[in-house]
Design a protein around this ligand. Sequence first.
Ligand SMILES: [Zn+2]
Length: 99
Amino acid sequence: MDGDILVSWDYPPRCLSPHVLPARSHCEELTWHPPRGDGQARVVRWTCDCGALFYELCQAGGLRFIRRTRRDHSIDESDRWQAREADAMWIALLHGLAR
Ligand SMILES: [Zn+2]
């Protein structure tokens, strides 16, 4: 019986962070730029990295932006926004309303 439990257990635990939903038809197109390379950017939120790419919401110098990292480690950065607008963009990204 213990064996049955172990089989159905997903161990090591994965996917503790949110996944982005697939882009919807009325999805907003974000503008992606090469990274500025400001090393002090602080990661505020992040998505699960189990897929082909993952996203991080970063804070740098009072502004926030979204960083997109692909499996091959190529990185793009969104425009920079005030925290309030950036957080809204982050939510839209998670829900497939921005990409
Ligand atoms: Zn995952």
